[in-house]
Every structure is written in structure tokens, then in C-alpha cells.
Design a protein around this ligand. Structure first.
Ligand code: ATP
Ligand code: MG
Ligand code: ZN
Length: 523
């Protein structure tokens, strides 16, 4: 790392000629101050002023210009904030002069990177980035405001440059995916595409809108049976309570959940929500009149009457829950908090061509959420894992596997853990995610086809309690975790292996549903 900053302090007044030698002294004093608490071997790495001069700005103002460079420790944008305080005191005391502003003239940063990225990129607030095999030389735009520095944006910018290079490397490597457990093989009774089967049976019908479906009475009954199974085999024995989570999500929640960092970068593709500029009938009258005459809408015209989005529709389901605990201190004996929500749909803008029932834009998911002390979270995650194993394998009688999928963001530097130590993970005891993937016979052979992620269970650690400032009474660390599985995925997976004919279904499922209601006959 190498930092190279040019900036000036604007002085409210004129510096006397005697100031020069004093300033040299002050800089020596300042350097000693900056060196305090720094390890000896790190001293060459910290900021130092390499050049300075006084320039007259006008009859009434002077400018103190500095060039400051550093390696990776105590970089100039940090040193600068301390230097401002230091110089304010000195100039005030000595000459009764104040600093009226700071101007960033130029800032060039050599960021260490693990390799030259395949696809070069630019960034907001940056005028150019030049890449070599080991570093990215970032030149910031001129006149970066000082509050940009004060708010920590430079450090985030530097981190982002590194992370973008690392993310590209990981993305190129395929998802980090390791099968850690497999169910016994099951007899395959169906090799048809479940979406087509269910359409044929009249269970589901596509609407005119992308990847959206209507659930007929038959499949709705099956979804209700699945709920009963979940209650009896998971939520009741593990003491989970049902809640109703909001489904409109304002920006602040996605800031805190971290989703916004990945918006439309693969993994977070939300629907946006706009409200009207006003609900005044007069403001909307022309839209109503236009419709009454033409029987058409003009979405572009409506767009002019909307405010920019306030956020979007629930995407991951659990983030809006956190408002419930935000800013609270919770009694130790209230932990663990175990809840679930299946109160309504969540939304994803799934890209590409039209998908089957297993990949919808409007999905109905069972979200399981657990908050508590680290040991409580590890224990419940393992219990949930074993119970999902039972539901998928013994009750639904499906062939499936568990995969350990550690997203890159879980490890600090963005480098995934080594694979060797993850091979079995017999107890789920660390931050990360287990996916439950069901074999879909219609897609081809077990070895080569893509299995359907139907459920997952995660330990997320401190992330949510921290960013929503949730504390425990004793001050002990609070963790959370969650898991999701949609009715669309469970039913697609079930029908893919067992078909739509009730007679052929496993007896353990028939206990919850022995006959499907009929839908209308369409002529
Ligand atoms: P995939 O890689 O298959 O898109 P995902 O990693 O995006 O899945 P998660 O974000 O982990 O899925 O969501 C949790 C659960 O929500 C999934 O296990 C699945 O049951 C369900 N789910 C996610 N996306 C959809 C979708 N588009 N349609 C139906 N169910 C979905
Ligand atoms: Mg997805
Ligand atoms: Zn969640």
C-alpha cells in the first residue's frame, strides 16, 4: 500500500514571515505525536509530510499546502484529521489565526491486489484506476469534500477495490460448494418435469406476469399439509413461535442487513417500491380521465407522478423482522428467540428466460429465524439441520444431499476457508450455510444434473445483532441465524420424485393429506 495526498489548510488571515520556521518545528512535533503507539517496525509505514509551502490565496487569506505520503499504516487521510486539530490549536495560540477549510488537491493510492483483474473497472469518486499485477493505482477525483474522509469513505473505497478483485477471482472459481452428507438413494417413480405435470393436473397456472403462478386448491392443500408437517416435526418440538413479518422493506433495513452492497451484483435482485408524490385526487385526475377515454394506462406518465423508490419488496424475508429488536437490550432469559414466518410472499427479479415453478418471482417461503448466545445458535442450527433431514428424507421420502456453501463475505478478507477442514461438518458449529439439495430425476443423471436447493440453514453470527444494535442484558455476544425453504421448491422437489398421483405418495405424507380437493373443470 502506498498513499500520496496533496491538500491545503485555508487560513483565515495572513501568516507572518516568522511562521515558516515555526511550522517546521510543529511538523517535527506532529510527527512525534503520530508515531506514538506505533510499533517500531511499522514506523516507516506511517504518514509523514514530505513537502509543504505557504501560498497566498488573496489579500485576506493564505493557504498552507502539504504533501503527505505513507505506506499501509496510519494513512494520510487519518493523519490529516489529527493534523487539522493540531494546527488549529497551534495557529490559534501563536497567531490568533483559524483554519476555515481543507481542500483536497489530489489523492493517489496504490492498493495492493492479489492479481490484475480480468475486467478492469472504475468507481464513483475516482477519476482513474490503473492496474498492474500487484497493485491498483487509484486517483481520486479532485476536490473530494472533507466529510467524505470524516465518514470513513476512503477506507471503504480502498477495501472495495481489493474486494472487487477478490470477488472476481471467487466468482470465476464457481460457487464454493462441498457436499457434506447424502441421503440413501431412493426409488425413482417419476422422470417428468414437475412444472409440466402440475400444469397438466390443473394444480398451477401461469399468470400474464413473469414467473408468477396461481396455486389451485389441490396444491394449496398440499402446501397446508407441508405446514402441518413443519409444525409437528420442527416448530412444536423445538418451541418456535409464529410471527408475521412486514413485506415492504425501506432502504435502511437493506443498509443494515448488508444487502445493498450487492444490489444487482448476483444474489440480490429486489423489486422496487415507489409511492405517489401526493394522493391528491386532482394530481391523479388526468391519469383517471386518460384511462376512462382510452381504456389504457400510460406507465411513463404514472412514473412522473411517483417519488423515487422508498426501498423494495421483501427479498430475503428475515431482514424486516429486525425492527422488532432494533436498539433493544434483551433480558438474558428471553434468549434464545425462535420464530418463523410464512405470512406472505417475497419477491425476486429472477433474470433470464421464463423459469418453471421452482424459480418464481413471487415466492412463498417458510422462514425460520433464531437469535441467542453463540452456543444456543450452534445447538439450534444443528437441531434444525437434523429435523430438516428427517422431513426431507423420512417424511417426504426424498433423495437429497447437504452442501456446505460458504459465501465469500463470511471470511474477512474474502478468502474462503480451506476445504480440507470442512469435509464432514458433523456438527454445525460455525458461521456459514448448509443447503439441502434435492435430486430432480427429469434433469438427468444424479452425477451430472443440477439438484434443487430446497431449504437452507445458516449461522450468521454477530452480523445482524450488531448492525441492528441488539444487545443482551449481560452484554454477552448475540448471534443469529436463519433458514428458508419455499413451498414452490418443496412441492417441485416432491412432485419431481413422487409425481402428482396421491396413491403413489409415501404413507407419512398421506397422514397429512389423503385426498386432494378438486379444482373447476375448464371446458
Ligand atoms: P438459487 O441458487 O436456487 O437461486 P438461492 O441461493 O437464491 O437459490 P436463497 O437466497 O438461499 O436461495 O433463498 C432461500 C430459499 O428460498 C431457497 O432455499 C429456496 O427454497 C427459496 N427460493 C429462493 N429463490 C427462489 C425462487 N426464485 N423461487 C422459489 N423459491 C426460491
Ligand atoms: Mg437465487
Ligand atoms: Zn433469513
Amino acid at each position: 500500500m502506498r498513499y500520496h495526498l496533496k491538500f491545503s489548510f485555508i487560513i483565515r488571515g495572513k501568516l507572518p514571515a516568522t511562521a515558516k520556521s515555526l511550522i517546521d518545528q510543529w511538523l517535527t512535533e506532529l510527527q512525534a505525536l503520530l508515531e506514538k503507539g506505533i510499533k517500531k517496525k511499522d514506523l516507516p509505514e506511517i504518514s509523514r509530510v514530505t513537502k509543504w509551502s505557504v501560498v497566498s490565496r488573496s489579500e485576506k487569506e493564505d493557504e498552507l499546502q502539504f504533501t503527505m505520503t505513507s505506506g499501509g499504516i496510519l494513512p494520510p487521510h487519518h493523519a490529516l484529521l489529527r493534523m487539522r486539530k493540531f494546527f488549529s490549536q497551534k495557529l490559534g495560540r501563536e497567531f490568533r489565526l483559524g483554519i476555515s477549510g481543507i481542500v483536497i488537491k489530489s489523492y493517489k493510492i496504490d492498493v495492493d491486489i492479489p492479481r490484475r483483474p480480468m475486467k478492469e473497472f472504475s468507481l464513483p469518486f475516482v477519476s482513474s484506476i490503473k492496474f498492474s499485477d500487484t497493485s491498483a493505482t487509484v486517483t481520486l477525483q479532485k476536490n473530494i469534500p472533507i466529510d467524505f474522509i470524516e465518514k470513513g469513505a476512503i477506507d471503504r473505497l480502498v477495501k472495495l477495490v481489493r474486494n472487487k478483485v477478490i470477488e472476481e477471482m471467487i466468482r470465476g472459481k464457481d460457487e464454493h460448494h462441498l457436499v457434506i452428507w447424502s441421503s440413501p438413494k431412493k426409488e425413482i417413480r417419476c422422470t417428468d418435469n414437475p412444472t409440466e405435470l402440475m400444469i397438466k393436473e390443473g394444480w398451477i397456472q401461469r399468470t400474464g406476469y413473469r414467473n408468477q403462478w396461481i396455486f389451485g386448491p389441490q396444491i394449496t392443500a398440499l402446501a397446508e399439509a407441508l405446514k402441518q408437517i413443519m409444525i409437528e416435526h420442527l416448530y412444536k418440538p423445538l418451541s418456535f413461535k409464529n410471527m408475521i413479518f412486514p413485506k415492504v422493506v425501506p432502504w435502511d433495513i437493506w443498509k443494515r442487513s448488508g444487502h445493498l452492497s450487492g444490489i444487482y451484483q448476483g444474489g440480490f435482485e429486489p423489486y422496487f417500491v415507489c409511492t405517489p408524490k401526493t394522493a391528491d385526487p386532482e394530481f391523479w385526475e388526468e391519469i383517471a380521465d386518460y384511462y376512462r377515454i382510452t381504456l389504457e394506462v400510460e406507465p411513463e406518465k404514472i412514473m412522473e407522478k411517483l417519488r423515487p423508490p422508498i426501498g423494495g419488496l421483501s427479498f430475503a424475508q428475515c431482514p424486516p423482522f429486525w425492527i422488532y429488536l432494533q436498539g433493544k437490550t434483551i433480558a438474558d432469559d428471553s434468549f434464545p428467540i425462535f420464530v418463523y414466518d410464512w405470512s406472505g410472499p417475497t419477491y425476486r427479479y429472477e433474470s433470464g428466460a421464463a423459469h418453471g415453478f421452482e424459480r418464481v418471482d413471487e415466492l412463498h417461503r417458510i422462514e425460520t429465524l433464531y437469535i441467542g448466545f453463540p452456543e444456543q445458535i450452534k445447538t439450534i442450527a444443528q437441531k434444525l439441520r437434523l429435523r430438516f433431514r428427517k422431513i426431507l428424507g423420512e417424511i417426504l421420502d426424498l433423495e437429497f444431499q447437504e452442501a456446505w456453501v460458504t459465501p465469500w463475505w463470511t471470511s474477512q478478507e474474502g478468502v474462503a476457508d480451506t476445504e480440507e477442514e470442512q469435509v464432514t461438518l458433523q456438527t454445525f458449529d460455525r458461521v456459514g450455510t448448509i443447503d439441502f439439495e434435492v435430486y430432480m430425476p427429469y434433469r438427468g443423471m444424479r452425477e451430472t444434473s443440477h439438484w434443487l436447493e430446497t431449504q437452507n440453514v445458516s449461522i450468521i453470527g454477530q452480523k445482524y445483532p450488531k448492525s441492528f444494535t441488539v444487545k443482551s442484558q449481560s452484554g454477552k455476544e448475540v448471534w443469529s441465524g436463519c433458514g428458508g425453504g419455499s413451498f414452490e421448491r418443496y412441492i417441485s422437489a416432491f412432485v419431481a420424485q413422487k409425481g402428482t398421483k396421491v396413491d403413489a405418495w409415501p404413507s407419512k405424507v398421506l397422514k397429512y393429506i389423503d385426498k386432494l380437493p378438486e379444482g373447476p373443470k375448464f371446458l
